[in-house]
Design a protein around this ligand. Structure first.
Ligand code: HEC
Length: 249
């Protein structure tokens, strides 16, 4: 039954050679698969160099992006930042009531109640709305709608200790700017945050309160009085703060 049909042509290769060839092909395929798997696994010891290279690329790319975001055409006459369509879309995706919130935030409201020692005080909805409005015109270009920044150029303020720590520090560098090396969430930054233009004491209290109670952060509200005191104490200072000066590493 397994005989070749008598009229048919002979098989292309004699049976034995064909089976040898099959074996060789199989061995070659197995070798390729093993080598590929080995290379894939072996990549990890080289990670450090690769990571640095990737970070360098990311830095270059995000520097370009960052500079474009904060360039003159992206600014309003009072020095605040215009939100790009992409950022606005991201804000709306994160919170579909954001437009109503920003509109509502235009109305002024009383300052936050003083915090009881130790206890967490939730900011009023009104203050959060005003804070979001200030964030959207003064911080969003660099720290992004998500609060995640643009590493490794602009640091995140989500899950970042300085944002939820002593408010005196961010008040200082919102007023006069910040430069120098600083490590946030394990990544080292050495860029510059310019003084934030066009913000009143109330705006700073609101935006810091917003930041301290958004993006997963949980810290007490900042009062207008706190901002007023820092502004008075640093009046006349024009130089940017350095991270070393503020004890930040
Ligand atoms: C032009 C870009 C830019 C704008 C606008 C900006 N920042 Fe920053 N911010 C930076 C950079 C860059 C640093 C790090 C500075 C350094 O490397 O020394 C920083 C650092 C910070 C830090 C401390 C580090 C951290 O990640 O916790 C906080 C908090 C902060 N900014 C909050 C704000 C708030 C609030 C606003 C708006 C009122 C704002 N920033 C506006 C660029 C900016």
């Amino acid at each position: 039954m397994s005989e070749q049909p008598s009229s048919g042509s002979r098989p292309l290769l004699p049976g034995q050679i064909a089976s040898w060839l099959r074996l060789v092909c199989f061995a070659a395929a197995a070798l390729i698969v093993t080598a590929y798997a080995y290379l894939a696994v072996r990549k990890s010891p080289n990670d450090e160099a690769a990571r640095r290279l990737a970070q360098k690329d990311l830095r270059a790319e995000n520097t370009k992006k960052g500079l474009a975001l904060i360039a003159e055409p992206g600014r309003n006459a009072d020095g605040t930042y215009r939100i790009s369509v992409k950022d606005a879309a991201a804000l709306i995706a994160a919170d579909n009531k954001v437009v109503a919130k920003i509109q509502a935030a235009a109305a002024p409201a009383p300052a936050a109640a003083p915090a009881a020692a130790g206890a967490f005080v939730k900011a009023s909805d009104e203050q959060m709305k005003r804070g979001l409005a200030v964030y959207s015109r003064t911080c969003i270009a660099c720290h992004q709608p998500t609060g995640m920044g643009l590493p490794p150029v602009f640091p995140p303020i989500a899950n970042a200790p300085i944002a939820v720590g002593n408010p005196e520090l961010p008040i200082k560098f919102i007023l006069q700017g910040l430069m120098g090396p600083i490590t946030v969430n394990g990544m080292t930054y050495n860029s510059m945050m310019p003084p934030v233009a066009g913000v009143s004491d109330g705006d700073i209290a609101d935006v810091l309160t917003y930041v301290r109670q958004s993006f997963g952060n949980k810290a007490n509200p900042v009062s207008v009085e706190q901002v007023k005191a820092v502004r008075a104490a640093t009046a006349g200072r024009t130089a940017m703060w350095t991270t070393a000066e503020l004890g930040l590493k």
